[in-house]
Design a protein around this ligand. Sequence first.
Ligand SMILES: Nc1ncnc2c1ncn2[C@@H]1O[C@H](COP(=O)(O)OP(=O)(O)OP(=O)(O)O)[C@@H](O)[C@H]1O
Ligand SMILES: [Mg+2]
Length: 399
Amino acid sequence: MRIIFFAGKGGVGKTSISAATGVRASEMGYKTIIMSLDIAHSLSDIFDLDKDLLDLSKGRPVQINKNLWIQELDIYEEINRNWGEIYRYIATLLNTTGIDEILAEELAILPGMEEISLLLYINSYVKQGKYDLIILDCAPTGESIRFISIPTALEWYMKKIFKLEKRIVGYVRPVARRISDVPMPGDEYFDAIENLFNRLKGVNKILEDPEITSVRLVTNAEKIVLKETQRAFMYFCLYHINIDAIIVNRVYPDYEENEFIRSWKKSQNFYLEKAKEYFDPVPIFTVGMFKGEVLGYSALKRLATQLYGDTDPTVHFFQDEPYRWIKENGDYKLIVKLPFAEKKEIKLHRVSDELIVKLGNVKRHFLLPRQVTGMNKVSARLDGQELHIIFKGEVSDGQ
Ligand SMILES: Nc1ncnc2c1ncn2[C@@H]1O[C@H](COP(=O)(O)OP(=O)(O)OP(=O)(O)O)[C@@H](O)[C@H]1O
Ligand SMILES: [Mg+2]
């Protein structure tokens, strides 16, 4: 059983690469499903699916070949399936506060509902053992990062807030009914939340298990795109989610004769080198710029061959943690494996929100979490094969 997320900034090629990976894996005999939250439904366009077939599917899996399915979630269907009571209560609540009914219904689709629906599917597919491979074509980075935090946040909410809220509402409801028109949530609302939470149980274990789940970060060899990829890299590391590959898409060919391409290529080469400093030791794969859009089965097969060669796309390209953050007595510690390093070779630099570790001619950049960027007391020591960098819990002025 394997789950692979393709995450990255908008437009970098996540959907194309998810589809290509699905095609390759399914042809190798793995029962594969590619899932997407994309409301534009671009997966079905890539596979050139009949729109009527898609409408009939109502957000359920559609079979592409013997071993391949795609599923593009439809939030309105998901509301019927999973969110009935919760959605109805929120919509009524918004409506009684004076918001127009149609707008209230729209607003009641809370951020996170689609992502939770996706997690419900993942959990049930894994438990039923329905597929060998689940591919997730993620929403652009910011949202996929939030998606990863949902199981942890929800568990915290259920443990700390939910029971309290339920008790308070129990006490307040009879009084509130007499003095206000604002509806209080009924038992069905709480039961629905509890039921949803129970169906999500275990999904965080699945996502954190590096034997099962990996993230592949899709990026382009450009400054701004790489910066966002660095941020995603840091967040996935913080959540201990395995990142097993960085995929740099749309790399131009060597084409000396053309000034335009030569200039792009020069800049891309520079950023490909930078990518090594940012993501080492996670392996970096490249995919060339196609002559046109990546559409249809044979283009996807070509993309898969460029990306994976003859390799099975479900293997773990990297299993270790590139680095770890831990918090001790208010201090933050970054632990980096540096085998064979000697103390005198190591140099540290801080440049705004990055820490750069230089080891001889080799550099590695670490984007710092927001909590750490304001801490200016930094010390380091070598502990066996690990470099420990400690950021003292004193925040500089103005932070
Ligand atoms: N290597 C490539 N060469 C040429 N075109 C490409 C390549 N990869 C992707 N494309 C094209 O770029 C466009 C965006 O790709 P895609 O939809 O896969 O990106 P995405 O990251 O899923 O975007 P979004 O964030 O909007 O979901 C598509 O038209 C696709 O065909
Ligand atoms: Mg997409």
